[in-house]
Structure formats: C-alpha cells, structure tokens
Ligand binder design. Structure first.
Ligand code: HEC
Ligand code: HEC
Length: 227
C-alpha cells in the first residue's frame, strides 16, 4: 500500500512539475493543408495518411503517425535532430526536415485518423488489457497506461475531457500502433537506449514490466481504435 501511495504521489508530483514547462515549450499551431504537401517525403515509409501498412512496417519499421499528438511529432523530430534519439533510418530523415516545416507536417499527420491493427496472439489480449487499464501491483508497481495515454490510447490531446488534472504532458497516441513498434520502444526505454522521456517516466514504467508483459500490452494496444 505504502509503495503504491508513494508511486501515485510521485506521478502526481511529476505532473505538476512537468506540465507547465512542457506545455509552454509546446508548439506553434501548424497548417495541416500546407503540411500535406510537405509530408510527401514521409509517406513512403509512414504511409501517405500516416497509417503505415503492416507489410511496409514489417520491411521498414516506420510507425503510424496518423492521429499522433502534433506536439509529440514536433518533439520527436527535435529529439532526432538533436541526437537525443537515434535511429539509423529516421535520424537522417529528420535532419532533412526544415525547422519551419515541422509544425505544418505535425499538424497534417495529427489531423489524420489512425487505423487499428489486429493482434497476432489473441491469447495475450486479456493480460494486455489489464496492464493498460490497471497497471501492475506490488512488488513492481506500474501506473496504468490509460492514465496518461488516454482512453483508446488517443494520447493526451484531450486530457481535459477525461481527467481532472493535467497528466505528464505529451503522452503520445499509442492506440492502433503496430505492436512491434510499441514493444520495441518499451524495450528501448527498459534498457535505457531510449531516454527521451521527461522525468524518466517511461524508463521507470518499462523497467518494471517483464518482456512478456511488454508483448501482451503491445498486442492489446494495436487493437485499439482511437476516436
Ligand atoms: C526511410 C523511411 C522513413 C522516412 C522517409 C521517414 N521516416 Fe520517420 N521513422 C522511420 C522509422 C524507421 C522510425 C522509427 C524510429 C525508431 O524506432 O526509433 C520513424 C520514426 C518517426 C517518428 C517518431 C514517431 C513516434 O511515435 O515516436 C516521427 C515523428 C517521424 N518518424 C516523422 C517523420 C517525418 C515527419 C518524415 C518526413 C519528413 C519521416 N518521418 C520520414 C522511417 C522513416
Ligand atoms: C505518467 C504518464 C505515463 C504513463 C502512466 C505511461 N506513459 Fe507511456 N509515455 C508517456 C510519455 C510522456 C511518453 C513520451 C516520452 C518521450 O517523449 O520519449 C510516453 C511514451 C510511450 C511510448 C512511445 C510511443 C512512441 O510513439 O514512440 C510507448 C509505446 C508507451 N509510452 C507505452 C506505455 C505503456 C504500455 C504504458 C503502461 C504500461 C505507459 N506508456 C504508461 C507517459 C506515460
């Protein structure tokens, strides 16, 4: 009980301390229509509407960007540009994006509708659903994914509608994402290879998930249809 309380308190403290700074660091609103033309180069890997098809994902490992929180797309491009996040395929792509085009491209993909995927192993869905909605209890207490990533994994663009307090900001949309991408990112946080998360939030969470938990929650997340 005590550790669960402590964890809740820590998450609450994180929310308070990170929210104003990161929201302010936010984004100039982009123009989705202008962004569509600027995003042509991205479509070959991410899909023209940001829904990379399963066979494209299998070959290129490019995640869906459709319906992604625009501020998170911009943050991720800046992380790649600055070398805080490294991927041999995506890093050079990010270098090629002009700073002035980022907001428009982010607005374009953010305005598209994400399409749900299908689970490869349906036997894991119940376990994945439980982690998504309830997290994990002692000894490895994990906060529920839904608390930050929102219902259907829509990301916290609409947090004000579903929560009384601002969550840790810029929790991306994950609903409908390719399961392989979700599990790869969780493993990257778990190993510390990916360290772009404010306040260590995802490294702490993924660090307390087993590899089996990660596969299960990823299978569940891909079946979600964000609305
Ligand atoms: C040659 C294929 C390719 C092209 C072209 C490409 N990307 Fe990517 N992109 C990737 C891959 C692969 C990843 C996954 C990186 C990882 O696993 O860390 C990625 C990741 C991303 C992410 C992070 C998404 C997330 O959920 O964290 C963003 C944002 C992104 N790309 C935006 C763009 C934009 C904008 C363009 C066009 C200017 C673009 N990409 C062009 C392959 C590509
Ligand atoms: C306290 C808030 C919080 C909770 C709880 C949380 N997340 Fe996150 N998550 C974030 C934030 C913030 C980011 C973005 C971090 C960054 O920029 O690297 C993120 C990023 C991610 C990413 C990377 C997405 C991408 O497109 O690259 C995945 C996958 C993810 N979370 C899955 C989960 C799962 C699964 C759970 C539940 C076991 C969970 N998260 C719980 C806040 C949270």
């Amino acid at each position: 009980m005590a550790s669960q309380f402590l964890h809740a308190a820590l998450v609450a403290a994180l929310c308070v301390s990170l929210a104003p700074a990161s929201l302010a660091a936010g984004t100039p609103a982009g123009n989705a229509e202008a962004g569509q033309a600027k995003a042509v180069a991205c479509g070959g890997c991410h899909g023209a509407d940001g829904n990379s098809a399963p066979e494209i994902y299998a070959a290129l490992k490019a995640p869906k960007l459709a319906g992604q929180v625009s501020e998170y797309i911009a943050k991720s491009l800046h992380d790649f540009k600055a070398g805080r996040r490294v991927n041999e395929t995506m890093s050079p792509q990010a270098q090629a994006v002009a700073e002035v085009d980022i907001a428009d491209i982010a607005a374009y993909f953010g305005s598209q509708k994400a399409k749900a995927g299908t689970a490869a192993n349906k036997d894991l869905l119940a376990q994945g659903e439980k982690i998504f909605f309830k997290g994990k209890g002692r000894p490895d207490v994990v906060a529920a994914c839904v608390g930050c990533h929102g219902l259907n994994g829509i990301g916290n663009r609409d947090w004000a509608k579903i929560m009384s307090r601002p969550p840790v900001v810029l929790a991306p949309a994950i609903g409908g994402q390719h399961a392989g991408y979700v599990s790869d990112q969780l493993l990257a946080y778990k190993s510390g290879k990916r360290a772009t998360d404010p306040g260590h939030v995802m490294r702490d969470i993924a660090g307390r998930l087993t590899e089996q938990d990660i596969v299960a929650v990823a299978e569940y997340i891909t079946t979600l249809q964000p609305r």
